[in-house]
Design a protein around this ligand. Structure first.
Ligand code: NAD
Length: 431
């Protein structure tokens, strides 16, 4: 069975301003958190915006120029921290939005990190593995001292993975003095385990999302066993979420990615589909499902919808079509403000990105700590720590939202802002 060509294009209306959306949430949360105006002013812009243009010799002999970004939003609580995205739609404003969200995420999860994000505007599916390695190494070289284990620590995001991080770490370690080589493993997280990564990192974002869904189910007295889910994006976050939930009796009945959408009322075998995507790069051609359109995907009746692809996927139309009880944001910014408003009006709960997908940066922190101490923790230890902090995060956000009568998203932002503002108050502004 082949996947249909979705009738809607890769859905990003040009008027969508992701950075403005994040700014508006910041403003709304700052009022509730009673944050002083000067703190708000500081947080409206990133500290640094790095743009690099670098040449790479492709397999054909042609020399192509690539544009890479690294936005460092804030480092009050610790080094800048956040993923590197390889995608044709990467833009400076989107990276700024994502970098700011990393600042809130780190503060919300009480991690000693700030926020950053970066990426390169190109399609990683369109180049060979050798070219991908050259692009990654040259990008790392171009960033130079703008990254570092105590300064700015990249991680995987859309279009990048543990292999990308191994290349980045290796390149960076070849740029420092010989005596420092061993001490800079923590320049990136999300590395392969043998190269200094941690057990439990690959699945961490999905695992963290599942902890939030479990807490939500407990709060609502909802039985997960025997329930159904739809997932948009079947990469790292989407596939691990589906696999982990399948063990809890949740059946994934519709999936979608950049190639199209599939439906299977009996439920997909999440493990097999994950292996398939690992091998072929997408769900296209997977034999176990019926091709459906994007509209049919969003109208599929299920208990939970986990958007795990890109921002701005759930606008007003999608929110009206969704027939679910919960939207659990694995992706960053998947609901636009109009979409979220419709969902909340229809009493569909929304677990916001800043909380729901923070398992990734949390386990990245565990990796960084292990690198610093030359330790390797067991997967059980990583999982146990993650469970404690995800459940604490959920409780804090849920309680705040109830007390202040605001959405969980605004609650998550407000808690983060309160913590950052408290530190600005103590340290004050230099000089
Ligand atoms: P990934 O590259 O592993 O997977 C991305 C998925 O999105 C793929 O299945 C891809 O086909 C799909 N996709 C891309 N464009 C699409 C489109 N136009 N329509 C439908 N599907 C599309 O990336 P990932 O690491 O799983 O990241 C997914 C989301 O989760 C992103 O928003 C990312 O910022 C967020 N996130 C990731 C992590 C992490 O640890 N990897 C942590 C926190 C948040």
């Amino acid at each position: 069975m082949t996947v249909s060509n979705p009738s809607l294009p890769p859905q990003k209306p040009s008027h969508y301003d992701f950075y403005k959306v994040v700014q508006d949430y910041l403003e709304e949360a700052a009022v509730i958190a009673e944050v002083e105006p000067y703190v708000r002013t500081i947080l409206t812009q990133p500290k640094n915006e790095v743009i690099v243009n670098f040449p790479v010799k492709m397999d054909s002999g042609e020399v192509r120029l690539f544009k890479g970004y690294r936005v460092q939003h804030n480092n009050l609580l610790g080094p800048f921290k956040g993923g590197m995205r390889y995608h044709p739609q990467v833009s400076l404003d989107d990276v700024k939005a994502l970098a700011a969200m990393m600042t809130w995420k780190s503060a919300l999860m009480r991690l000693p990190f700030g926020g950053g994000k970066g990426g390169i505007k190109f399609d990683p599916h369109s180049v060979s593995k050798g070219e991908l390695q050259k692009i990654t190494r040259r990008f790392t070289h171009a960033l130079g001292e703008n990254i570092g284990p105590e300064y700015d620590i990249p991680a995987p995001d859309v279009g990048t993975n543990s292999q990308t991080m191994a290349w980045m770490m290796d390149t960076y370690s070849n740029m420092v003095r010989s005596a420092e080589k061993q001490s800079v493993k923590g320049v990136v997280t999300g590395k392969p385990v043998a190269s200094g990564g941690t057990l439990g990192r690959t699945k961490a974002t999905g695992q963290g999302l599942v902890h939030c869904i479990l807490e939500w189910a407990r709060e609502k007295s909802f039985a997960l066993e025997g329930s159904t889910m739809t997932v948009q994006g079947f990469g790292n976050v989407g596939s691990h979420t589906a696999v982990i939930l399948s063990k809890l009796g949740v059946s994934t009945i519709a999936v979608g990615d950049h190639t199209g959408y599939l439906f299977n009322p009996e439920g997909f075998n999440a493990h097999k589909l994950q292996d398939y995507v690992e091998k072929y790069g997408s769900i296209a051609g997977y034999p176990g499902g019926k091709a459906i359109t994007r509209e049919e995907f969003f109208a599929t009746k299920a208990d939970i919808f986990a958007p795990c692809a890109l921002e701005n996927q759930i606008g007003e139309a999608e929110a009206r079509a969704l027939d679910v009880k919960l939207v659990a944001e694995g992706a960053n910014g998947p609901c636009n403000p109009e979409g979220e408003r419709v969902l909340l009006d229809r009493h569909v709960d929304v677990l916001p990105d800043v909380l729901a997908n923070s398992g990734g940066v949390t386990v990245s922190y565990y990796e960084w700590v292990q690198n610093k101490r030359s330790e390797s923790w067991t997967e059980e230890e990583v999982d146990a720590r993650l469970e404690v902090v995800m459940k604490r995060g959920y409780r804090e956000v849920s309680d705040f939202a109830r007390q202040k009568k605001c959405s969980m998203r605004v609650a998550a932002y407000a808690i983060a802002l309160e913590r950052i503002a408290a530190v600005y108050k103590e340290r004050e502004i230099f000089p």
